[in-house]
Write a new protein. Structure first.
Length: 286
């Protein structure tokens, strides 16, 4: 009840600020750039297949060998779709010249393996391939409440974020991935995880109710821990407003409809942190 009460107080203050229109400008996302991620060259659909399989990167069997890693015996491949192209000759109607071009005539399934299914066999090759990923890895290591996610059996991953694409995602019961170095996005996905553990995340897809829980809950969590700027109330307001519009309700109503569920998710995170005696990066939970 101690943590639920704290979450409820913070949520009420946020909703009051929303009602007054007293919200700052949304923070600009700081996109993560990971060097050497082979699956960044895949189509967005194939990247999603890899992500849903729980892998932070994926390559073919021989590709892993070329960068100093070996797929473990007995590991099962994930199938992605590779384009099938053939070379054709075409006449340019204007110049009369014959030119060669490649045309797409279909797709074939191609087996790939996740990095989590491999072991390093050549440290020098792997270090050279992996050069440039240190910043993203350090960000993941420094996340407040990281131990909470790990205690729930969640893998933490980073991927190269892009404008117009998802800033992060949560896969039920297995992983959280981040494409930005924003603590508000991390908190959003961690609240999704808590909502799922509470048995409340039952909506399919990106539903306004579950997304409002995660976004409002992320802001509550950040403020409760003392991360005032990182709570990004401006970004939270814009996000909640966009999803409320899909349900044809006001953002305030969206928040009020899910405030109890939101506070329960935040309380679970803080209770778990307390039971683990987790460090909050020097911030105190009042």
């Amino acid at each position: 009840m101690q943590f639920y009460g704290k979450a409820e107080q913070v949520a009420s203050k946020i909703i009051e600020a929303f009602e007054r229109g007293d919200v700052p400008k949304a923070l600009a996302p700081i996109f993560i750039t990971r060097a050497g991620r082979h699956c960044d060259t895949y189509s967005w659909c194939n990247q999603l297949i890899v992500a849903l399989a729980g892998h932070s990167d994926a390559m073919g069997y021989k590709d892993w060998q070329r960068v100093g890693r070996q797929v473990r015996k007995g590991e099962r491949a994930t199938l992605i779709l590779a384009p099938c192209k053939r070379k054709v000759s075409r006449n340019d109607a204007e110049t009369g010249e014959t030119r060669e071009a490649f045309v797409l005539y279909g797709f074939r399934s191609t087996p790939v393996f996740g990095i989590e299914q491999t072991d390093v066999t050549d440290a020098d090759k792997w270090a050279q391939h992996n050069k440039g990923n240190e910043q993203a890895d350090q960000f993941l290591e420094s996340l407040p409440l990281r131990e909470v996610a790990e205690s729930w059996g969640l893998k933490l991953q980073a991927y190269s974020g892009k404008r117009g694409k998802a800033l992060g995602w949560y896969r039920h019961g297995s992983a959280i991935a981040l494409g930005v170095e924003n603590l508000a996005t991390w908190a959003h996905e961690l609240v999704h995880a808590a909502d799922y553990r509470n048995g409340k995340l039952v909506e399919r897809g990106q539903h306004w109710r579950s997304e409002t829980v995660a976004e409002l809950g992320g802001a509550v969590l950040m403020l409760a821990m003392g991360y005032e700027t990182d709570a990004d109330l401006g970004g939270a307001w814009d996000y909640i407003k966009s999803y409320a519009a899909t349900a044809k309700i006001t953002p305030i109503k969206a928040c009020l409809d899910v405030v109890k569920r939101t506070c329960e998710a935040v309380a679970l995170i803080l209770e778990t942190a307390a039971s683990l005696e987790v460090s909050t990066g020097g911030k105190a939970v009042a």
